[in-house]
Write a protein that binds this ligand. Structure first.
Ligand SMILES: NC(=O)CC[C@H](N)C(=O)O
Length: 368
């Protein structure tokens, strides 16, 4: 197997073997702690421009299948694993993960001490990285890592959004219409809505309020997605317009950060982010703790224990991560809007937070 190296922007270097495509790639090094769900992770557009390190040591055991993609391609910029499966086995498996990575041109590295790498990222923070199986000289790869773009300031919505509007029909009886702004949406969002009788119109990220209103939506949704929310001025202006119209609004992850900005809050970069499928979150409305799926490197900066006065009335922090007190959800008290920073659609991950789609539909019901 061809040799490969991984070079972090602070110069730390790991060696391993080429996994997936042979070549060279750059991105932000981030780690995810999910022990299952690698196919959903790889195809989640929010990982665009990120080199994902899997902390679970064995990856690829269940192969890849035709059902678990969250979009129509692999989005990660690169992939880092310890011990790839030599022979996948699962009743749904239609292929081998390493072969799929190669077929899609995704450069990876295996045989890496992912535990040491994760500890390094945890103490130093997410940083740029290069993977190469064509240039094994760390100093020359490092020069290109240091010249590669940062995640702070990255405006990536246009690179992942749908080129034109499409529709996911309600399953069974149609009850409501939702206009969803695609900033890097995952398939499971529209599926979760469809099973509640919602028809979702998915719009390009540059859409205007008039584009959205043209389908007479009962509510609006802002999707997850890659990049720095501080750059998303267009979607933030659109969210303010939606709030002004008093349309019910739900945002997930990037969508939560955009609504946060629309309400007047700032966003900031976390040290190493939250990525995995077992993060404990407190729903402060019910006092219940849920185990949730996360994938975010930025967060909203809002005070936790008070009703905050905004341009759109009172707002409170509805959800908090119990690991580090990061804001995980916002709720408007005077406008029909709420958000979560994590992933109630799961895929991958537990379904504890599925109730949030019911809350969204109830909000639409109340307005109707
Ligand atoms: N999954 C997402 O929507 C991620 C949002 C944003 N890009 C972040 O890293 O925080």
């Amino acid at each position: 197997m061809a040799k490969a190296i991984l070079v972090l922007e602070d110069g730390r270097t790991f060696s391993g073997s080429a996994y997936g495509a042979v070549g060279e790639t750059f991105g932000e090094a981030v780690f995810t702690t999910g022990m299952t769900g690698y196919q959903e992770t790889l195809t989640d557009p929010s990982y665009h421009r990120q080199v994902v390190v899997q902390t679970a040591p064995m990856i690829g055991n269940t192969g890849v299948n035709d059902e678990d993609d969250e979009s129509d391609k692999i989005w990660v910029a690169g992939y880092v694993v310890r011990d790839p499966a030599r022979r996948p086995s699962n009743w749904r498996s239609t292929g081998d993960l390493g072969e799929r990575l190669a077929a899609e041109g995704v450069v990876g590295i295996s045989g890496v001490d992912t535990r040491a790498l994760t500890r390094h990222l945890r103490s130093r923070g997410a940083m740029r990285v290069g993977l190469s199986s064509v240039d094994l000289d760390p100093a020359s790869v490092l020069a290109r890592v240091q010249a590669s773009p940062q995640m702070v300031g990255a405006d990536l919505s246009a690179e992942v959004t749908t080129p034109s509007r499409y529709v996911v029909e309600a399953v069974g009886e149609h009850r409501y219409t939702v206009a969803a702004l695609d900033l890097g949406i995952k398939r499971n969002v529209a599926r979760r809505l469809a099973e509640r009788g919602v028809t979702t119109h998915i719009f390009p990220s540059s859409s205007s309020i008039d584009d959205l209103l043209a389908v007479s939506p009962d509510a609006v949704f802002f999707s997850p997605g890659p990049g720095d929310p501080a750059t998303a001025d267009g979607p933030v202006a659109l969210a303010r317009e939606v709030l002004r119209q008093r349309k019910p609004l739900f945002g997930i992850c990037f969508g939560s950060q955009i609504l946060g900005r629309a309400l007047g809050f700032g966003t900031y970069k976390l040290g190493y982010g939250h990525r995995g499928i077992n993060q404990p979150v407190l729903d402060r409305t019910t006092g219940k703790v849920e185990v949730t799926s996360h994938n975010h490197g930025f967060a909203v900066d809002a005070p936790l224990n008070t009703v905050i006065d905004t341009d759109f009335g009172g707002v409170e922090v509805s959800h908090v991560c119990l690991n580090d007190n990061v804001v995980e959800g916002l709720r408007g008290l005077d406008v029909p809007a709420f958000t979560v920073q994590y992933h109630p659609e799961a895929a991958a991950g537990p379904h504890d937070a599925d109730y949030l789609f019911d809350r969204f539909v109830e909000l639409v019901e109340k307005k109707g």
